[in-house]
Write a protein that binds this ligand. Sequence first.
Ligand SMILES: NC(=O)c1ccc[n+]([C@@H]2O[C@H](COP(=O)([O-])OP(=O)(O)OC[C@H]3O[C@@H](n4cnc5c(N)ncnc54)[C@H](OP(=O)(O)O)[C@@H]3O)[C@@H](O)[C@H]2O)c1
Length: 258
Amino acid sequence: MRIAVAGGTGTTGRRVVDHVRAAGHEAVVLSRSAGIDLTVPSAVIDDALGGVATVLDDALGGVAAVIDASNVTTLSRSTSERFFGAVTRTLLGAEARLGVGHHVALSIVGSDRVDSGYYAGKRLQEKLIRESDVPWTVVRATQFHEFTDQTLTMTRGPIAVVPVMRSRPVAVDEVAAFLVEVATAAPRRAVVEIAGPAPESQVELARRVLRARGSRRLVLPLRVPGAAGRGMASGALLPTGEFRRGEQDFASWLADRS
Ligand SMILES: NC(=O)c1ccc[n+]([C@@H]2O[C@H](COP(=O)([O-])OP(=O)(O)OC[C@H]3O[C@@H](n4cnc5c(N)ncnc54)[C@H](OP(=O)(O)O)[C@@H]3O)[C@@H](O)[C@H]2O)c1
């Protein structure tokens, strides 16, 4: 089976590519470094009949499923909506033209409950997919184990400011394997979720990472103001229904890296 991976060079995407190949399938990478900018609007692609349009359509020839693990790093609502809106429209437009049978997108558990800037883009992405004629499955994952490192790099110096937040961190490799499992099965036209083995406090995870690395930085918990912050603190980013339970816990992930 030929499977295209949008964002196949990123943190999640390159592991998705590994799992696609390990399962004996062919992987096609869609990313700017592979020569394809997915934010180019599909209308321009249709009109131009050349350049990016040809490259994308060529890449999708014979593809049975597309896994979208592309991303933009931003806290801005408009940047996030612009990126996820454009990429999703470009992909779904090309998939509809070429008869691709399954669109699988990676989203975030609770992004429908917490109204923050970045999540607005994820909500738009899911809405466009639900409204499309292309058969689909949305996979929502909780924060990856790597997310704690991202929170620690948001501030510099002796004090690390970390948001008060409940999370259920999951191994990105298990998310990647689940995406491939979903993409190679029939489209569900539904959302499925994957989360790590145990709920954790993000502030405590940050302290554990710093201790494991012998860092003397202190963690200052930040109660993010507003409804989004209250939601994050009270567990709105944890799964509420059925979910695939990842096996690797944070302690074993940290031990592997320390
Ligand atoms: N981090 C978490 O804890 C977490 C949790 C749950 C879900 N997620 C979701 O997982 C997804 C992947 O996140 P990630 O952290 O793995 O991503 P990432 O490491 O930031 O990688 C982003 C990928 O997107 C590609 N890309 C960026 N702009 C592009 C464009 N204009 N056209 C084509 N490709 C483009 C990049 O390749 P080029 O630079 O070569 O274009 C790269 O391969 C996101 O949708 C995120 O919402 C993340």
